[in-house]
Design a protein around this ligand. Structure first.
Ligand code: UDP
Length: 366
């Protein structure tokens, strides 16, 4: 055997694991089926702009250890995510805060806003919310639910809000201040020069092969290393023996436009059901310090969410009851593997944020 670890997939879990393993003298081979490394944080340079090719990735964490770790490879800028929602041509700030309440109801003080929220919540109060709709109605009431949540969520997940787990919406903060920062974390930013710098830094000196599909040559590849770190879909690893897990995928329509500034913000969500895309990303706003920012060209991506099929990339696990039960069956097999480590969004079938994935890989006892 040539390697200590064969790492299948060069996303954040795989490359962080490889980095840690190398530090203690282990020999790793990282393979990826795509023509590039970096998994879904990979950026493509278009017109000098770092385009988040697989959707917006905004790094945020409250874990200083993780923040210092990523910043040791590439400095991060002070980008703060403040998405704006467009509903029937009217703009609302997100997450739900005093600006949103003012735009929705004309209320100008926290006291007025609290009163209005209470009124709205009372109309549909449920003691133990069982699904996303009930959770949202309890949290913000019907006006906000119907304007900013229902359409977006049903497009994003392709399921009714009554069929989705409540926890998805718990990601979003609710604030009684005029603060449009989407995240509550202590640290937030984008790597200056793009995510590829982070990935290149982590993989420095580690053998890497792209365009290598683990499943096309499994037996040969498995012989190369003592252990495997698998970051792909867990159901595929077990040849779908219990059935297929569902994922959501995103199709991107990316355009280069001859304007300096198209929408004035990195992220605009389209919360109406009848607009087919969920959001438009204008990539240059992630990195205003990039000289290309001032050019009269910009790159935008419309995101269309749909059910994953074999020919697309899986993005989001669908953590509803049915899929969670199925995943548990695969997990029992995974837990009994002596020489295979499963990590990341696809292998753990978990709606992970980037910092949690890195934390998990850093703390893994190799
Ligand atoms: N969400 C919403 N309206 C919005 C933005 C988000 O209802 O304008 C809900 C939606 O259900 C989404 C969840 O909040 O799936 C989490 O959103 P987040 O922005 O964290 O999703 P991600 O960036 O991971 O796609």
């Amino acid at each position: 055997m040539i390697y200590d670890y064969l790492i299948v997939g060069s996303g954040l879990f795989g490359v962080t694991f490889a980095y840690k393993a190398k530090q203690i003298g282990k020999k790793c081979l990282v393979i990826d089926k795509r023509p590039h490394i970096g998994g879904n944080v990979y950026c493509e340079n278009i017109e000098g702009i770092n385009v988040h090719k697989y959707g917006a990735h905004i790094f945020h964490t409250s874990n200083k250890k993780v923040w210092d770790f990523v910043n040791s490879f590439v400095p991060f800028n002070r980008y703060t995510n403040s998405p704006v929602a467009n509903f029937k041509g009217k703009l609302y700030n997100l997450p739900f805060n005093m600006n949103t309440f003012y735009q929705m109801w004309g209320v100008t003080t926290p006291e007025e806003a609290a009163k209005k929220l209470e009124e709205q919540r009372k109309e549909s109060k449920i003691d133990f919310p069982q699904n996303l709709e009930q959770q949202a109605l309890n949290l913000v009431g019907r006006d906000i639910y119907e304007t900013l949540i229902k359409g977006y969520t049903e497009k994003q997940w392709g399921r009714k809000c009554t069929e989705l787990p409540a926890f998805i919406i718990k990601r979003l903060p609710l604030r009684m201040t005029f603060d449009n920062n989407y995240f509550n974390d202590s640290y937030q930013g984008i790597p200056i020069g793009g995510y590829n710098k982070l990935i290149d830094g982590l993989l420095d000196g580690i053998e890497t092969q792209t365009n290598v599909d683990f499943f096309e040559n499994r037996l040969e590849l498995e012989k190369l290393a003592k252990k495997i770190v698998f970051t792909g879909s867990i159901d595929q690893f077990y040849d779908y023996k219990f059935g297929k897990l569902e994922y959501r995928t995103i199709r991107f329509e990316t355009e280069i436009l001859d304007v300096q500034n198209f929408q004035g913000n990195a992220v605009i969500n389209y919360t109406e059901a009848k607009i087919p895309y969920t959001r438009i990303i204008e990539h240059k706003h992630f990195e205003p310090e990039n000289p290309a920012y001032r050019n009269n060209k910009t790159v935008i991506s419309k995101e269309f969410s749909s059910e994953w099929t074999k020919d697309s990339e899986p993005f989001y696990p669908v953590n509803d009851e049915k899929n969670t039960t199925l995943y548990q069956k695969y997990k029992v097999l995974a837990d009994n593997e002596k020489n295979v480590i499963f990590g990341g969004r696809l292998a753990e079938y978990k709606y992970y944020d980037m910092d949690d994935v890195i934390e998990k890989a850093i703390n893994f006892s190799i």
